[in-house]
Design a protein around this ligand. Structure first.
Ligand SMILES: Nc1ncnc2c1ncn2[C@@H]1O[C@H](COP(=O)(O)OP(=O)(O)O)[C@@H](O)[C@H]1O
Ligand SMILES: [Mg+2]
Length: 139
């Protein structure tokens, strides 16, 4: 898949990376296809902050979905690492989240639900560079 745009950023530039991604995405459903420890959660939290999310209601050790309220819309942050198959996602009602056009939906480990993802979802990748900075690729 072609890279549309990319940005290299370190931890001090996380807010820049968050706004960059929010401005370049074609969809409010964003799929974070990246390795363990690459910075998915860190980037999603910075995006939530930029969107005006109030303090996190849920515990930082949420299991599958973490919900953030903003003045304009809800943000649903999914971590599907522990999901075995997409039937488990259907069981907890993931399609109802997709049906909310206002909602932002940020998904870590999206591969397991590939078969049921909306076609307009935005794929992104994060690559860890040798100097520990990250390359954000919007596909
Ligand atoms: N741009 C960055 N530059 C350097 N370190 C980063 C960057 N983004 C995230 N990290 C660090 O990488 C580690 C893993 O981040 P995390 O968001 O938990 O990854 P993931 O959710 O992909 O497993 C954290 O220690 C975080 O501070
Ligand atoms: Mg994570």
């Amino acid at each position: 898949m072609n890279i549309m745009v990319k940005l290299t950023y370190n931890l001090e530039q996380i807010d820049t990376a968050a706004t960059f991604l929010l401005h370049h995405t074609k969809s409010k459903i964003i799929l974070f296809d990246a390795a363990m420890g690459s910075g998915k959660t860190t980037l999603i939290k910075a995006m939530a902050k930029h969107l005006g999310a109030f303090d996190e209601a849920n515990s930082p050790t949420f299991s599958i979905v973490n919900e953030y309220e903003t003045p304009d819309a809800k943000i649903y942050h999914f971590d599907l690492y522990r999901l075995k198959n997409f039937y488990e996602a259907l069981d907890f009602g993931i399609e109802e989240y997709f049906d909310d056009p206002q909602a932002y939906i940020f998904i870590e480990w999206p591969k397991v639900i590939e078969a049921i993802l909306p076609l307009n979802s935005q794929k992104i990748r994060i690559i860890v560079n040798e100097n520990d900075s990250r390359e954000l690729q919007i596909l």
